[in-house]
Every structure is written in structure tokens, then in C-alpha cells.
Ligand binder design. Structure first.
Ligand SMILES: CC(C)(COP(=O)(O)OP(=O)(O)OC[C@H]1O[C@@H](n2cnc3c(N)ncnc32)[C@H](O)[C@@H]1OP(=O)(O)O)[C@@H](O)C(=O)NCCC(=O)NCCS
Length: 159
């Protein structure tokens, strides 16, 4: 298992992982079905803009992704991550997060923020383990395609 920076050659695999995890309709904010062409174009733009994207490779297959995205606050990046179901719980999330934190520190960012569904115990456990702290709750913030409203927890790590 190893983590490396994503390149333009990884865009299809990167998008596939996020689309499959979105299809579960449980864990991430991205709602299915993912518009693969539009999302691929966004990922290419992220790479062209110098955003740090990482892929998790297990046995030659890309099974996980992590992105650090620019925010309106200089030095603060927003984190999103996804691992295919069969490859969770094997330390891949930890490996992706180590790479992301090392990168963020290396380029001089001062903070990584993220949003997580309050019931996502595994993700929250991972972020807790790395020292991310709760900064607040966005109550009934996100209107889902089925019309319901969802709250998210804001967590962040000061670097
Ligand atoms: C969340 C996710 C990235 C974590 O990655 P993972 O590979 O499953 O997690 P790891 O095996 O690396 O576990 C790392 C740490 O997370 C925590 N953790 C893992 N499973 C946990 C669980 N069921 N409950 C609480 N904490 C848990 C532990 O601290 C663990 O460290 P340890 O194994 O040394 O105890 C992954 O499960 C995933 O992609 N889930 C679906 C998508 C998602 O939720 N993305 C995040 C949206 S905010």
C-alpha cells in the first residue's frame, strides 16, 4: 500500500473512486449519480491550479483519494477523502492523511479544515486520532436531492 500525488493520468481512477463512494449515498457530500465528465474536468482544473490531490494504491489499483482544496482563507485548505468500501479499515485513510498533513505543513499552510456528517464515526475517529478538533456544526445546511436538509460537523487541524 502506498500514497502518492495524483497526476493527470490518474484523473479517471480518481473520479471513479469518488463516484463509487458517492453511489453508496451514505458517507460523502457528493450526491449520486456523479456527472463523470463534469467531475473529471473539475479534477483536471484542480491539478492544473496546483491543488494537492493524492491517491492510495493497493496492489497496483487506485482505491482511495484525498484532495486538499483552496478556500477563501489564505493558508487554509479543505480536505475531502474517499476509499472504496472493500479497502477501508486497513490503514489507507491514515496513510492518506499522513501524506496530506506532511504536504500541507511543507508548503506552509496553517490549517486543514473539513466537514463530516455527524454520524460518520469511522471518519470522525480518524480525524480525532490526528488531532482535528470540532469547530462547529452547520445546522440543516445542505439540501439533498430528496429534499431533506442535513447538518455537518466542521473539524479542523491547526498545523
Ligand atoms: C473515512 C475513511 C477515509 C477512513 O479510512 P480507513 O482506511 O477506513 O481508516 P484506517 O484504517 O486508516 O483507520 C485509521 C484510523 O481511523 C479510526 N477508525 C477507523 N475505523 C474506525 C471506526 N469504525 N470507528 C472509529 N474510528 C475508526 C482509528 O483511529 C484508526 O486508527 P487505528 O486503526 O490505528 O485505530 C474511509 O473509511 C472511507 O473512505 N469512508 C467512506 C468515505 C468517507 O467517509 N469519507 C470521509 C468523508 S468526511
Amino acid at each position: 500500500m502506498f500514497v502518492r500525488y495524483a497526476t493527470m493520468e490518474d484523473v479517471d481512477a480518481f473520479v471513479r473512486v469518488v463516484a463509487v463512494v458517492a453511489d453508496e449515498a451514505v458517507w460523502i457530500a457528493t450526491e449520486p449519480p456523479v456527472d463523470v465528465d463534469a467531475f473529471s474536468a473539475r479534477v483536471r482544473t484542480m491539478l492544473a491550479d496546483g491543488e494537492a490531490l493524492f491517491v492510495l494504491d493497493i496492489a497496483g489499483r487506485i482505491v482511495g483519494t484525498l484532495g486538499l482544496h483552496a478556500t477563501h482563507a489564505a493558508g487554509v485548505v479543505s480536505l475531502g477523502m474517499s476509499i472504496l468500501e472493500d479497502y477501508r479499515g486497513r490503514g489507507g485513510g491514515r496513510a492518506l492523511l499522513i501524506a496530506a498533513i506532511e504536504h500541507a505543513r511543507g508548503v506552509g499552510h496553517h490549517k486543514i479544515e473539513l466537514e463530516v456528517w455527524p454520524g460518520n464515526e469511522r471518519a470522525i475517529g480518524l480525524y480525532d486520532a490526528f488531532g482535528f478538533e470540532v469547530e462547529g456544526v452547520r445546522r440543516d445546511h445542505y439540501r439533498r436531492r430528496d429534499g431533506t436538509l442535513r447538518s455537518s460537523r466542521i473539524m479542523a487541524l491547526l498545523l
